[in-house]
Ligand binder design. Sequence first.
Ligand code: F6R
Length: 242
Amino acid sequence: MEVIIQKDAATAIDLTARLICDAVQEKKDSVLGLATGRTMENLYANIVKRYENDEVSFSRCATFNLDEYVGLEPDNKQSYRYYMNDLLFNKINIDLEETFLPNGVAADLAKSCQQYEEKIIDKGGIDIQLLGIGNTGHIGFNEPLSSLASRTREKALAPITLEQNGPLFGDLEEMPKRALTMGVGTILDAKKIILLATGKTKASILAKAVEGPITSMISASALQLHPNCVIICDEDAAEELE
Ligand code: F6R
């Protein structure tokens, strides 16, 4: 695991965007694993800018998102499908048909999760998986006690995550309490992983994930097992690293 500390969020984001765009230029049919959340908003804006400057083309890429809320239709503004279309997919030259998210409104959620796993394999596996880290140490929505071998499945959200993401819904009652998420095992299958963490609120959990014991209580600690994983963070998020 390599940890790269940048002076602030903007430079950490810029480096992450550059690594992703360089990889896509090198392998034009890259399969990208994508994340949502506040940290990624500026990252996607940076990638869009690079696309507009003709630095990168996504025309042959496919993407798989980590997670989606159960029960939210794709046109619901709080759904991750809406987030991705709005912040990235509608602003770059990617074929929307090649962008995949778990289907939180499938009639048979377990079956659709299984099909999601098969689709990833069908496309040749994920070349680069982008991750954020939640306050519980989750990657995707792999809350504490997720098996390190878990695959895409339905997961109940932890109270800390409801607290973390609830404000985005205005009324906490509106926030789904369950989500579909790639498993820790699914994530570890990616050929390369980049975790981006910025801000003081990530400092304590990032130190546990990077320097603590590998434990299913902190899913991100499983990244220590991955042979090609980079953590990119700013000085604030790095504050509690040894
Ligand atoms: C979302 C996801 C989550 C977030 C994490 C951090 O697709 O996978 O693991 O990356 O909750 O979210 P922010 O960036 O909002 O702090």
